[in-house]
Design a protein around this ligand. Sequence first.
Ligand code: NDP
Ligand code: 8X3
Length: 252
Amino acid sequence: MQGVALITGATSGFGAASARRLAADGWALIICGRRQERLDALAAELSPSTPVLALQLDVRDAAAVKRAIDDLPLEFGDIQLLVNNAGLALAPGPAQAVDLGDWHTMIDTNITGLVNVTHALLPRLIAWGAGASVINIGSTASGNPYPGSHVYGASKAFVQQFSFNLRCDLQGTGVRVTDLSPGIAETEFSLVRNAGNETAADAVYRDTVPLTAEDVAEQVAYIAALPAHMNINRMEVVPVRQAWGPYAIHRE
Ligand code: NDP
Ligand code: 8X3
């Protein structure tokens, strides 16, 4: 029997592509995000092929997250897969030029939001047991510092370590945990990061071949379908055109 997959941030990018990809594999879906009209459109698209529940949710609101999970309809209660994908980067300039509010928004979403959803769902994932999975969307930014990454990269370092630490505590429950860390991928991510500036967002992807949302969704589906005795602790996926850079040297 296959259970239900809950995907946060399903209104765009990796989350929407994962919903489509998992639906093709026969997963029932709970799709979450703040933009109701996008949730409705995706639910309308996918519900002819699989049961879909659209759940408008701001992951930063711990009480709302708990209430939504506590009140799940019975037919969506057996959750086997959590894709913690909701997240964002803001303020790509240097740390010393960033508004404190942008740092708080990244921490509240990428760290607190992910923790809120995980905490609310762990009892259901543990009840499922062997074959259940948490896939946390990390980033190459978790271990590779670069200018303008400041709190964003640090929040993804949290996601990685939280994923590893969760595995330790979930030993014996059968629940797997994976930090899936993509490199540069063309989604609405850069538009959000650049505060809606399309020119700046497009420049991120200009003259290269980034990952697509579908590339990442493919990895989500692969991890979710692994035999129950296998756990991928961390998977880092980048486009061929992306590699590490050298230490930067400041010269007078
Ligand atoms: P998108 O901007 O396309 O999607 C982000 C999703 O997160 C949206 O569905 C958005 O939904 C949701 N979201 C943001 N804030 C909240 C919130 N407070 N509550 C609920 N949902 C929220 O970007 P991506 O698909 O690229 O990003 C998905 C994840 O992948 C993020 O965690 C990002 O950090 C990570 N990532 C992205 C990479 C890239 O290059 N694109 C590379 C590596 C990692 P809504 O606005 O409707 O709430
Ligand atoms: C998003 C990828 O390179 O902008 O996590 O940090 S990057």
